[in-house]
Design a protein around this ligand. Structure first.
Ligand code: ATP
Ligand code: MG
Length: 337
């Protein structure tokens, strides 16, 4: 059926920060990945101004009943999910089960990419450069570690720099032990120990399916930090307006930009991403762009989301970004004309 000019019933699925209350015994960044109501309303406005009927469906187990009460033609999914490495896949799997189309990647890709170690195994098998790493479930896993210092320590299944701090770069075995212990005790396993890539950092926006297109390459400069000390940590992300300078397009040679884009697009394809993703890359001392991780559910806050900021710098209105993601999904399902 061609629904190109039809008013569609569009559900938005999401998890809101404000629906969770922080307990004293929880880490300070427990709910960092969740969205704000302003972001959902910004997406809603774009879809409504295109003539669609929009239902804010939220997330959680109650969603199943909400689908029954508000049948929709398609879902705009930005739900991060709750608990475990499959959490981002929960709603897409439910939608597949109910035969409801949705924006973005499928459950396999969402789980695979949330587990940074698994994603790195896949990209490495395709010959895409990514720093050497080891997954650590318990302190004993550090014995016989075969990686070159400096190292970087982060959580294996988290985003939004949860667990990443200004001191996550590690120069010696004793600080490695302390940091890994802290992460295991504070957040639980697994932890990812990676070789530190010390050059400039970039994030790359990609849109599309059969022929993915680079929306932009944005360099992330942490004010006051030389590149080899710069970390886009929780502290920095929370105070991005004071601490970060974004450069898009970046002040780099055409050759380097091309190589960064190539790594990003290859990773997007290797991991079977759909409609949209943001790929984080850092350039090594050897001049090689290294894949750090990919975000198939990139933050869409019109104010602080890296992808919307990048889109703005590339001359795109926020509405065009949301429409493009949505249209890629419609096209995949044969809904667009
Ligand atoms: N191996 C590494 N070498 C150097 N810096 C790193 C490395 N891994 C991570 N970083 C730094 O830590 C930051 C956060 O790491 P990463 O992007 O993996 O985490 P995240 O929490 O998934 O991020 P996002 O907010 O994009 O979801 C990176 O943006 C980068 O500054
Ligand atoms: Mg990242």
């Amino acid at each position: 059926m061609n629904l190109a000019n039809k008013r569609l019933k569009v559900g938005i699925t999401y998890d809101l920060k404000k629906d969770f209350s922080h307990r004293e015994d929880q880490p300070i960044d427990s709910f960092e990945e969740f969205d704000s109501e302003e972001t959902i309303d910004a997406i809603r406005q774009v879809l409504e101004s295109d003539g669609h009927e929009v239902f804010k469906l939220g997330g959680g187990a109650g969603l199943i009943d909400r689908f029954r009460n508000s049948p929709v033609d398609i879902v705009f999914n930005i739900a991060e999910g709750i608990g475990g490495r499959n959490r981002e896949a929960h709603i897409p799997a439910l939608l597949e089960f109910l035969n409801i189309p949705y924006t973005g990647s499928d459950p396999l890709t969402l789980s695979l990419t949330l587990d940074k170690a698994m994603a790195k195994k896949v990209v490495r098998s395709e010959g895409i450069p990514t720093p050497g790493f080891q997954k650590v479930e318990r302190m004993e896993d550090l014995h016989g570690l075969d990686l070159h210092y400096p190292l970087f320590v982060k959580l294996c299944y988290e985003g939004s720099s949860k667990g990443v701090r200004l001191d996550s770069k590690i120069s010696d075995p004793s600080s490695l032990g302390e940091k890994v212990k802290w992460l295991l005790e504070t957040y639980g396993p697994p932890v990812l120990v990676e070789e530190f890539v010390s050059g400039p950092e970039f994030t790359v926006g990609i849109l599309g399916n059969s022929y993915p297109v680079v929306l932009g390459v944005m360099q992330i400069e942490i004010k006051g930090s030389p590149p080899d000390e710069a970390i886009y940590s929780l502290e920095v992300k929370r105070e991005w307006e004071e601490k970060v300078r974004y450069h898009c397009p970046p002040p780099i040679t055409g050759d380097l930009q091309k190589r960064i884009e190539e790594v990003a697009v290859r990773a997007y394809c290797a991991l079977d991403c759909r409609d949209v993703s943001r790929v984080d890359i850092r350039v090594g001392e050897d001049g090689v762009p290294y894949f750090l991780e990919i975000n198939p559910l990139p933050g869409l806050s019109p104010v602080y989301g890296d992808l919307p900021i990048m889109a703005g710098r590339m001359g795109w209105e926020y509405s065009r970004l949301v429409q493009t993601i949505f249209h890629h999904a419609l096209e995949r399902y044969g809904i667009a004309g």
